[in-house]
Write a protein that binds this ligand. Structure first.
Ligand SMILES: *Cc1c(COP(=O)(O)O)cnc(C)c1O
Length: 393
């Protein structure tokens, strides 16, 4: 029945497993282990666990399974596995496919911790990684080798919001048999269907839009049943990166309103971008659905809305950016995103502080750049707050 349902119906109902009490709201199964009626039943479950049979919470749990089934129904993937955080998801999604001597090609504009895994951890274990400008298909083509096993990219880069051609990159990767892993956080599962565009594995930090109210860490990997149960689950259940049942319950409830929140946030993000475009104190406004965005046409063809994050480059560098942040009344200064609350951050001194000046420059992270995560507050209030703060700079 789930197959006929549209997004909002899936977000509220898919994956629900009711106990014998017939509860309306999904139950939290705060249990580490599960009881077997007989020794024979325990043996049988260890040979093969059925749909409603669990062994240990690190392997699976009814509340966690509800969340996995719901996100798989949303994403249109055969299966999903939930993790303790977005980084546990990224790490496992990549590591479960790789061994020493393998080659990986990755976009170079990455979330800081993703960069650490690719640049540091994987290479320490003998995996070679080539970084490319994600927006240049020729660079992707040139980087592929017969031993390229995995291709990794963030659908929309942080914080400069470059758009990567998922279909183009997937075709190039598949020509050498590589698996395409997409971190779809910035694009959100609501605005971009990366599996339909050709990607093989989708990763989310559920900490962001899926919780959407700044409470719990979580992550999830979506893909084929063969990949999720054959490669990813063995890696995760034995290395301990599974999601807690309580966090899974928070994520399940978050998913009920995911479409409503993302659409409201996306509409406001576009309205803010349009209101601030051409402002005399701004070098530029970066938002994928503004016509002057370098990949505007690609963004329009891949996404149904431009996302919930925009970036502003202030004239006057870091000094202007800091006074701007300090003058805001509604936007809170924090490095999170996807929250119901509007959040602003200065990437050069926080999320991207670890990079060298040269690296920041090559990624377009200028001293005046601020990243704005748009919440669900009133659109006009948010625009007024930004305009007043610009005046105060
Ligand atoms: C936040 C984020 C992550 C990491 O997620 P955590 O839940 O914080 O571990 C990975 N990728 C992107 C694009 C993110 O925004």
């Amino acid at each position: 029945m789930t197959k006929d349902w549209n997004t909002r119906t899936r977000l509220v109902h898919s994956g629900t497993r009711r106990s014998q009490y017939g509860e309306v709201s999904e139950a939290i199964f705060l249990t580490q282990g599960f009881v077997y009626d007989t020794a024979e039943a325990a043996e049988a479950r260890f040979i093969e666990a059925g749909e409603d049979e669990f062994i240990y919470a690190r392997y699976g749990n009814p509340t966690v399974r509800m969340f996995e089934d719901r996100i798989a129904a949303l994403e249109g993937s055969e299966d999903a596995f939930a993790t303790a955080s977005g980084m546990a998801a990224v790490n496992a999604a990549l590591t479960c496919l790789l061994k020493a001597g393998d080659h990986v090609v990755s976009a170079r504009a990455l979330f800081g911790s993703c960069l650490y895994i690719l640049e540091d951890i994987l290479q320490r274990f003998g995996v070679e990684v080539t970084f490319v400008d994600g927006t240049d298909l020729d660079q992707w083509r040139a980087a592929m080798r017969p031993d390229t096993k995995v291709v990794f990219l963030e659908a929309l880069s942080n914080p400069t919001l470059e758009v990567i051609d998922i279909t183009g990159v997937s075709e190039i990767a598949h020509s050498v048999g590589a698996t395409v892993v997409v971190d779809n956080v910035f694009a959100t599962p609501i605005f971009q269907r990366s599996l339909d565009l050709g990607a093989d594995v989708i990763v989310y930090s559920a900490t962001k839009h899926i919780d959407g109210q700044g409470r719990c860490l979580g992550g999830v990997v979506c893909g084929t049943r063969d990949y999720i149960r054959g490669k990813l689950e063995p890696y995760l259940k034995h290395t301990g990166g599974s999601m807690s049942p309580f966090n899974a319950w928070v994520m399940l409830k978050g998913m009920e309103t995911l479409d409503l929140r993302c659409r409201a946030q996306g509409e406001t993000a576009l309205a803010i971008s349009e209101a601030l475009q051409g402002h005399p104190d701004l070098e530029r406004v970066i938002f994928p659905f503004l016509a002057d965005h370098a990949q505007f046409d690609l963004a329009k063809s891949q996404m149904t809305m431009g996302g919930t994050v925009l970036s502003l480059d202030l004239k006057g560098g870091q000094k202007a950016a800091f006074s701007f942040l300090n003058a805001l009344k509604i936007f809170t200064i924090s490095n999170n995103l996807g929250d119901a609350k509007s959040i602003i951050t200065h990437p050069a001194t926080t999320t991207h502080q670890r990079l060298t000046e040269d690296q920041r420059q090559s990624l377009g992270i200028t001293p005046g750049l601020v990243r704005v995560s748009v919440g669900i507050e009133d659109t006009d209030d948010l625009i007024q707050d930004l305009l007043s703060a610009l005046k105060a700079v």
